[in-house]
Design a protein around this ligand. Structure first.
Ligand code: NAD
Length: 554
């Protein structure tokens, strides 16, 4: 680990690379590098914030240091226990047991309110782990870009004959996840306008190849996008501005995009969304001095923002919420038709989830780019008939630059994940890959989340709020001998709104890793397919039959 002081006692962490072990084994070392990596690629690492305004890698710096010490000392037959970013204990376990078990930001049902979360966090009792921050799996915007691409591709297939050439896509938010939007849009040929209040965030996305241009004038941006649209060429322009002002201005001008959505951190009324008239720093000051006033301003702004999206919707644009609670907050402010707009998961992604296809990803913890290339080749060879892989991998290779440790996201389905992870472990054993490779997936997957306003919105059997599935998923992951298993509740703006689980499995070329990876990535996506089959989705019932899952019918 490199840890540099960046002034005022603030630290910047980068992940270790290379063959030298600091821990007592590669499994421990890989998890330590994953922890370092989420801070290397995170949005505000000096505050341990990885993404989504408040999602943290550890409780505080002393807890971070204690986790690092524990991982350095951890034997391969021990298990480290972490509670909301704070290490609690190391238990003697056994060589096939998880090395790390975590529970992050879980609060008992009736107590799980936004205000209680803020109070518990202020009292030092919890922090929010997001999906992939608290369990050290975030890989930067490259981890979400395929999700955005799959959503936009589904929009293109359904509404625009397969691509977005000649189409204007308007969105906002260029943060950790939102920053992937312009690249995903231009991969499909769209002319993409992204509104973002913070020029620094825009510059960061331009520097890392996620966005092409920055503009400060709406007219200039629109004119340039119009030209690109007429030529049928993809172009992304990020406009410095506030979405709650720019989108209503587009409505006033009678400009209706073809596609519109949003990825500002609208979920967090105190630290996520910036209301018009305030800078981010002024918003932060008001969050401390007068949180009620700030909440009021933000809810008003989100209502105006949502009204503009609804106006686009009414004029025929394809509009969807990107799962950031914009509809919920607007509805709280009296925008009664906010839920006329669907959420992307329910509208475009569910058919993939029914087959266990979701955001699987891997990290070359050695730092070796060549391993990612070899894995790309293996994927193309192993899954020529996949609905995602032959299309995605060439695009990813062409457009996505490495952020942090070399990594790749590729939406693989149930059966495919275990097969691939085992093949990778074999390739390490045979010396064809340097390794080790850490496999994870996003929590926004088929079996690992219940979030009634997003991933599980409008389940056809009404099971959207049934949280047994992510618990079962985590239990199965531990039974399957994953290296890290985490159970996350919703925190910050998502308090009380979701339950999810995360998993990491390390391929190090050993026979034990082969056994672990096979079990864990079979059970992990298997419970997802079974859950959708249980809800009666025909695609899932068919996938159960095709993949040999032993479903019990009652
Ligand atoms: P982030 O905090 O890293 O970035 C948010 C960005 O929004 C910041 O750059 C901020 O400056 C900008 N912003 C805030 N208010 C604005 C305004 N009024 N106008 C323009 N820009 C504004 O957050 P992130 O990690 O990018 O995530 C964004 C949101 O998308 C979150 O709510 C997240 O939960 C959601 N999301 C959901 C899914 C899903 O459905 N599973 C997937 C990805 C992201």
């Amino acid at each position: 680990m490199t840890t540099a002081d960046i002034g005022a006692g603030r630290r910047r962490i980068t992940a270790a690379r290379g063959p030298a072990l600091r821990c007592k084994g590669w499994r421990q070392e890989a998890l330590l590098r994953m922890l370092e990596n989420v801070l290397e690629v995170g949005e505000r690492p000096e505050d341990l914030v990885v993404y989504a305004a408040r999602a943290k890698a550890a409780r505080n710096w002393p807890a971070f240091d204690a986790i690092v010490r524990a991982l350095l000392d951890l034997e391969e037959n021990e298990t480290l226990v972490i509670q909301s970013g704070k290490p609690i204990a190391v238990f003697p376990s056994h060589r096939m047991a998880p090395l790390v078990l975590m529970a992050n930001s879980n609060i008992v049902g009736a107590w799980a309110t936004r205000d209680n979360f803020d109070a518990y966090e202020a009292a030092g009792l919890t922090v929010w782990g997001g999906y992939t921050a608290g369990d050290w799996q975030y890989i930067g915007s490259q981890g979400i870009v395929q999700g955005s691409y799959e959503a936009y591709a589904a929009v293109a297939r359904e509404h625009f004959n397969g691509d977005l050439r000649g189409r204007l896509l308007v969105t906002a938010g260029m943060g950790g996840m939102g920053g992937a939007q312009p690249l995903a849009a231009t991969m499909l040929g769209a002319a993409c306008l992204v509104v973002e209040v913070e020029p620094e965030r825009i510059q960061r996305r331009i520097a890392t190849g996620y966005c092409e241009k920055m503009a400060t004038d709406l007219d200039d941006a629109l004119a340039e996008l119009d030209e690109a649209r007429k030529r049928g060429e993809g172009l992304s322009i990020a406009l410095v501005g506030n979405a709650a002002e720019v989108l209503p201005e587009l409505v006033r001008r009678g400009i209706t995009p073809d596609v519109a959505t949003d990825q500002t951190a609208a979920h967090d009324l105190l630290r996520g969304y910036v209301p018009p008239g305030l800078t981010t720093a002024e918003r932060d000051a008001l969050a401390s001095s007068d949180p009620d006033k700030l909440r009021d301003l933000v809810l008003d702004a989100q209502a105006r923002h949502m009204e503009a999206l609804l106006a686009f919707h009414q004029k025929g644009a394809v509009v969807f919420e990107y799962g950031n609670l914009l509809r919920k907050h607007a509805a709280e402010r009296g925008v009664s038709n906010a839920f006329d707009v669907p959420v992307w998961m329910d509208r475009y992604i569910r058919p993939l989830f029914c087959r266990g296809i979701g955001p699987f990803r891997w990290v070359a913890v050695s730092g070796e780019d060549s391993d990612i290339n070899t894995l790309d080749e293996m994927l193309l060879e192993m899954f020529p008939d996949s609905p995602t892989i032959p299309r995605w991998i060439p695009l990813a290779r062409k457009h996505i630059r490495t952020q942090g440790l070399p990594a790749r996201i590729a939406w693989l389905g149930h059966g495919e994940r275990a097969k691939f992870a085992v093949a990778v472990n074999d390739a390490i054993a045979e010396g064809k890959l340097i390794g080790p490779i850490a496999f994870t997936r996003d929590h926004l997957d088929s079996g690992s989340v219940a979030q009634p306003l997003r991933e599980t919105a409008n389940m056809q059997d009404g099971s959207e709020a049934i949280a047994d599935w992510p618990f079962l998923c985590a239990l199965l992951d531990a039974t399957g001998m994953a290296d890290l298993v985490a159970l996350h509740g919703g925190g910050a703006g998502y308090t009380g709104l979701r339950q999810s689980s995360g998993v990491t499995g390390i391929a190090d070329g050993t026979p034990e890793a082969r056994e672990r990876l096979d079990h864990v990535f079979t059970m992990d996506s298997g419970i997802g397919v079974l859950r959708y089959a249980d809800a009666g989705y025909p695609e899932a019932i068919e996938a159960v039959g095709k993949t040999g899952l032993r479903r019990i019918l009652v």
